[in-house]
Design a protein around this ligand. Structure first.
Ligand SMILES: [Zn+2]
Length: 350
């Protein structure tokens, strides 16, 4: 009996010393057990080997049954514990901790190593609240890149539904989302991309009545709209509240990006475009057409400018405007100035 236990202990200790896996050690003990049982089954009563290993197989079978019971019991306890503590979703984890956990630190690792962003910049992104007006061509890349980059709260206002004609350029929306509200489709895509982002969808048009209250909840506004009236409303409201607006516009093969931020010394939209184009001069995408990748080119630039403005990295597009021409593969940066007589941000208004 003692000989068998000593052999088992030796096998176990050698296994530990050689760092063999637990399963291999258990297998060796199992073989030893089978060997001892075989001695009792094969050899006649009173054989010295049987006498030396306990005299009867019954004792060994009782030991095996006790081991089996102990293993079964530990499995049941483990199962009960797992059921009592449900797995936390990443979103719940963020809401509970507020600070960035290991999973988020890993997610944003390539930002955190950037000297201009780093840990403090990434924390600013997490605390930032950005309102994206329009979840269409420009809104798509802006929403994708801002959510992937870890902007903590993103508001989306749009009253359109996803249509087949959108899918050639509005990459946030899928074919399966056709007919859905763009806000709902956007929220779904954003959460698939980054569950740590808090999305606030507003399925309605931006109107004068709600603009000020809505903007007041945000630090930065993204203008991804396709009509002059909403653009001017965004501009008026943002100037009044002192909020920066990352502006983008596209038509056919050309696009432009700028930040309107009079509180930072730059112009507002009205300083540069005080009058609407004559009727028929500014055609919509539906009328004039638009290159599929163009909103991607302009929208990703807008996302980059938003990240720079939030983190304070680099030189923002304030006081200058980036123009892109995809047809001739040309970009140009022009200076734009604030106008003292601007009807929206000028001295007379302040
Ligand atoms: Zn102005």
């Amino acid at each position: 009996m003692i000989v068998v236990f000593s052999m088992a202990a030796t096998i176990w200790l050698i296994g530990v010393a050689m760092k063999t896996p637990l399963q291999a050690r258990l297998m060796m003990l199992g073989l030893l057990f089978v060997g001892v049982l075989a001695i009792h089954v094969v050899l006649p009563d009173g054989h010295p080997l049987r006498e030396g290993t306990g005299g009867s197989a019954a004792l060994w079978l009782i030991i095996a049954a006790a081991g089996g019971l102990a293993y079964g019991y530990s499995r049941i306890i483990k199962g009960l514990r797992e059921r009592a503590a449900p797995v936390e979703t990443p979103m719940q984890r963020v809401q509970r901790t507020e600070t960035m956990g290991d999973v988020e630190l890993e997610r944003y690792a390539r930002h955190i190593v950037l000297r201009e962003i780093g840990g403090p910049g990434q924390s600013k992104l997490k605390r930032a609240k950005v309102l994206v007006v329009g979840a269409g061509g420009l809104g798509s890349p802006v929403l994708q890149y801002l959510s992937a980059a870890g902007v903590g709260t993103i508001g989306i206002i749009d009253d359109d539904k996803v249509e087949h004609t959108n899918l050639q350029r509005q990459t946030l929306h899928t074919d399966a989302a056709t007919g859905m509200n763009k806000t709902a489709s956007a929220e779904q895509s954003i959460h698939a991309l980054n569950p740590y982002v808090v999305v606030k969808p507003y399925t309605r048009r931006l109107t004068e009545e709600i603009a000020e209250d809505l903007f007041d909840d945000y630090d930065l506004i993204i203008d991804g709209v396709d009509n002059q009236d909403t653009r001017r409303l965004i501009n008026r409201t943002a100037v009044k509240l002192g909020l920066p607006v990352v502006h983008g516009a596209i038509t056919q093969w050309e696009g432009q990006v700028a930040i309107w931020d009079p509180s930072f010394g730059g112009p507002c939209y009205n300083c540069i475009f005080p009058e609407d184009p004559a009727p028929g001069q500014a055609l919509s995408c539906a009328e004039a057409g638009v290159l599929g990748p163009l909103p991607g080119m302009v929208g990703t630039m807008m996302a980059a400018e938003a990240i720079k403005r939030i983190t304070g990295a680099g030189t923002p597009l304030i006081g200058s405007m980036m123009m892109m021409d995809a047809l001739d593969a040309e970009t140009r940066k022009i200076k734009v100035k604030r106008r003292a007589d601007c009807a929206v941000c000028g001295k007379a208004k302040q």
